[in-house]
Design a binder for this molecule. Structure first.
Ligand code: C2E
Ligand code: CA
Ligand code: CA
Ligand code: CA
Length: 280
């Protein structure tokens, strides 16, 4: 492997250097990962910039490999999409997050996180019975559907018109839809017209440039303009500095997520966080 700056890229670089054989082995390992209890979920707080309070969180999947340690989702999610096991992993994390959210809602009522966001890949959305399975999970866990946000990427939505119909059906269940990594795909604006989107997650590549250069600031400013035109809420991703946060607040962003506030953390820590934390 190349020399890696951080552990996150270490395995990615290594995987790139690996033989097809090794990649196939990792993919086979991944198929067993769920039943062997190696998959778990972390929660990253999403902050309401107008109050400074934790408004919710995004659920992020992790894979603890027995020999290789923690493997980044940037590596194993594409593998899972390729092999199809993202479908099972996706249902697992959805059910896990719904059960956890239902527990918090019983335990804390109004003080439970208002919104929990769960990532859904294109492959999941293209399953014909996806919405039925989601409905089943909602009923089984007793989660308040008004608390749920499903995050889809522009490519996922683009893949099929069936996907758009699926999103419409999910909305009838009371679930809200977020467009993830917004701005990184193509024809983003026309998508807003075609898709039942409630929320935009503005990609961290724009946010990191926002406080540093004029071009970045202009993009972030224009994106918030579009969201207000379409009556959509906006979350700025990857907020790392107080300067970025101040700029985003000034521009009218309501929500922010990033290392400035908190890294993804286990459910028990997140519970501490949303019950005690006043961030700013
Ligand atoms: P994403 O959906 O865009 O998730 C946000 C990613 O940005 C997370 O990486 C998060 O840890 C990271 N992040 C948050 N704040 C900051 C910050 O201030 N700076 C920087 N540099 N990064 C920040 P993570 O957890 O490694 O996940 C990577 C990607 O893997 C996700 O990107 C998502 O596309 C995918 N993924 C993760 N969990 C799931 C899942 O359960 N299902 C699906 N389908 N995809 C998932
Ligand atoms: Ca996401
Ligand atoms: Ca994102
Ligand atoms: Ca991403």
């Amino acid at each position: 492997a190349k020399t890696a700056g951080g552990h996150r890229w270490h395995w990615f670089d290594q995987a790139m250097d690996e033989s097809a054989d090794a990649a196939a082995r990792l993919s086979a390992d991944l198929r067993q990962a769920l039943s062997r209890g190696q998959i778990f979920a972390l929660y990253q707080p999403i902050i309401d910039l107008t109050t400074g309070l934790c408004a919710g969180g995004e659920v992020l999947m992790r894979w603890q490999h027995p020999d290789r340690g923690l493997i980044s989702p940037d590596l194993f999610i594409p593998l899972a999409e390729c092999s199809g096991c993202i479908v099972d992993l996706g249902y697992w994390i959805l059910e896990h997050a719904c059960r956890q959210t239902a527990t918090w809602q019983r335990r804390y009522g109004d003080h439970a996180p208002a919104k929990i966001s769960i990532n859904v890949s294109a492959r999941q959305l293209s399953e014909p019975d996806f919405v039925d399975r989601v409905q089943e999970i909602l009923e089984r866990t007793g989660v308040d559907t008004g608390r749920l946000v499903l995050e889809v990427t522009e490519t996922a939505v683009f893949a099929t018109t069936v996907a758009v119909q699926q999103l419409e059906r999910l909305k009838t269940l009371g679930i809200r839809i977020a467009l993830d990594d917004f701005g990184t795909g193509h024809s983003s604006l026309s998508l807003l017209l075609d898709c039942p989107v409630d929320l935009l997650k503005v990609d961290k590549s724009f946010v990191s440039g926002a406080a540093a250069d004029q071009a970045g600031a202009l993009i972030v400013k224009n994106l918030i303009g579009f969201t207000s035109d379409f009556a959509i809420e906006a979350v700025a991703e990857g907020v790392e500095t107080p300067e970025q946060a101040a700029l985003l607040r000034r521009l009218g962003y309501q929500y922010a997520q990033g290392y400035l506030y908190a890294r993804p953390m286990p459910a028990a820590d997140f519970e501490q966080h949303f019950t005690t934390a006043t961030v700013m």
